[in-house]
Design a protein around this ligand. Structure first.
Ligand SMILES: O=C(CO)COP(=O)(O)O
Length: 251
C-alpha cells in the first residue's frame, strides 16, 4: 500500500512574521499522529526558520527548487541540494511548471537537478503537466511522456526509489479550475503505466500526487482515485485550516 503525501507549496509568499504565525497554526491544526506524510515548501530564505519551528512535529520541510550543480561554486543566486540537507530539509520540488515556463527550465535541467537531489539524498518531487493549449490539442499524454522520458533514460530504478511524481496540469494551477477526478485519474494511470513498462513493482510503489486548485472541498474525491496518492497544494496551503483539512482528507 502506498502511503499518501500532502505537500504545501508556498511559492513566493510570506515573511518571517507571517510564516511564524502560519507554522504555529499548522502545528495546532494538523493531526499529531498522522497516517500520511506531510511537507511544506517555504521560500528558501525562510526554510531554516521553518525547520526550526517544526522540529519534533510530523511536518517535513522541502525547498521549491535547487541548483543543477552540486556542492559549492561560482553559481550566483543558487542553492545546492547539500545546503538544503544541511539546514534540515527532507524534500525538494523539481521542475514545477512555473520554473519551466518563467525560468526556462528544460527537461534536461530537470534531470540534472534530480541527479543532485539523489546524490544528496533529498526526496525529490518532480512535477509534470500539460498547458491548456496542449490539452485542447489532445497532446496531454504525449507532453507528460516527453517530460518523464529523460528521467527514465538517465536513472536506474534504484536511483529513482525515492522519487515522487506530481501531475500538475498548468491550466488548473491557481485558476480555481481543478481537473475532474476522472481527468486526473486518467493521467495518473498513464504515468504509472510509463513506469510499469520498466518494472511493474516499482510502478506500484511510486507515489503520484495531483496538483492544481486542490482545496478542502475537492480533496477527498481526488484522493479517492486509484492512482492519486496525495496532493501538491499551492494557494490552499497558506491557510492552516484548509491545509489541515486537505491532509485529513488524505488519511
Ligand atoms: O502549483 C501548485 C502547487 O505546486 C498548485 O497551485 P494551486 O493549488 O494554487 O492551484
Amino acid at each position: 500500500m502506498r502511503s499518501k503525501l500532502v505537500a504545501g507549496n508556498w511559492k513566493m509568499h510570506g515573511s518571517r512574521a507571517a510564516i511564524s504565525e502560519l507554522l504555529s497554526e499548522l502545528i495546532k491544526a494538523l493531526p499529531s499522529e498522522p497516517k500520511l506524510d506531510m511537507a511544506v515548501f517555504p521560500p528558501a530564505v525562510f526554510a531554516a526558520q521553518t525547520v526550526e519551528a517544526l522540529r519534533g512535529s510530523a511536518l517535513a520541510v522541502g525547498l521549491q527548487n535547487i541548483c543543477d550543480q552540486g556542492g559549492e561554486g561560482a553559481f550566483t543566486g543558487e542553492v545546492s541540494a547539500e545546503m538544503a540537507v544541511d539546514i534540515g530539509c527532507r524534500y525538494v520540488m523539481i521542475g514545477h511548471s512555473e520554473r519551466r515556463a518563467l525560468y526556462g527550465e528544460s527537461n534536461e535541467q530537470v534531470a540534472d537537478k534530480l541527479a543532485r537531489a539523489i546524490e544528496a539524498r533529498l526526496l525529490p518531487i518532480v512535477c509534470v503537466g500539460e498547458s491548456e493549449s496542449e490539452r485542447d490539442e489532445g497532446r496531454t499524454l504525449e507532453v507528460v511522456s516527453a517530460q518523464l522520458a529523460p528521467l527514465l533514460a538517465r536513472f536506474s530504478l534504484e536511483e529513482l526509489s525515492s522519487l515522487v511524481v506530481a501531475y500538475e496540469p498548468v491550466w488548473a494551477i491557481g485558476t480555481g479550475k481543478t481537473a475532474s477526478p476522472a481527468q486526473a485519474q486518467e493521467v495518473h494511470a498513464f504515468i504509472r503505466g510509463v513506469f510499469a513498462e520498466r518494472d511493474a513493482d516499482f510502478a506500484q510503489r511510486l507515489r503520484i500526487l495531483y496538483g492544481g486548485s486542490v482545496k478542502a472541498a475537492n480533496a477527498a474525491e481526488l484522493f479517492s482515485q486509484t492512482d492519486i496518492d496525495g496532493g501538491l497544494v499551492g494557494g490552499a496551503s497558506l491557510n492552516a485550516q484548509e491545509f489541515s483539512a486537505i491532509c485529513r482528507a488524505a488519511e
